[in-house]
Design a protein around this ligand. Structure first.
Ligand code: SF4
Length: 84
C-alpha cells in the first residue's frame, strides 16, 4: 500500500501515547485528532490491512477495527451468496 499519506498525518510530532490509550474509553483525544486529519481514510485502511493490534488508527481503536473487518467479511459473504 502507498504510504504517501504518512507525511500529511495530523498526529505527526504529537505525543504517541495519546494514540495508545489504556482503554477504548480513553481514546477520545486521539479520535478528535483523527477526525480532523486529512489522511484518516488511508490511515484506517493501512491499519486494517496490516492488522495493527494496538492503538488508534484512522479514528478507530483495535476493537472498532475488528468490527469493521467482521462487517466487511459479512458483506462480502452476502454479495457472494447473491451472485451465486
Ligand atoms: S488518522 Fe489519526 S492516527 Fe491516522 S494519521 Fe491521522 S491523526 Fe494519525
Amino acid at each position: 500500500m502507498n504510504r504517501n499519506w504518512v507525511g500529511k498525518a495530523a498526529c505527526s510530532g504529537l505525543d504517541p501515547a495519546v494514540f495508545y490509550p489504556p482503554t477504548d474509553e480513553d481514546a477520545d483525544e486521539a479520535k478528535a485528532i483523527c477526525a480532523a486529519c486529512p489522511v484518516q481514510e488511508p490511515c484506517l485502511e493501512h491499519a486494517i490491512e496490516m492488522r495493527e493490534k494496538n492503538g488508534v488508527w484512522g479514528g478507530a481503536t483495535e476493537r472498532e477495527r475488528l468490527r469493521i473487518i467482521r462487517r466487511r467479511r459479512r458483506l462480502r459473504a452476502q454479495v457472494s451468496e447473491l451472485a451465486s
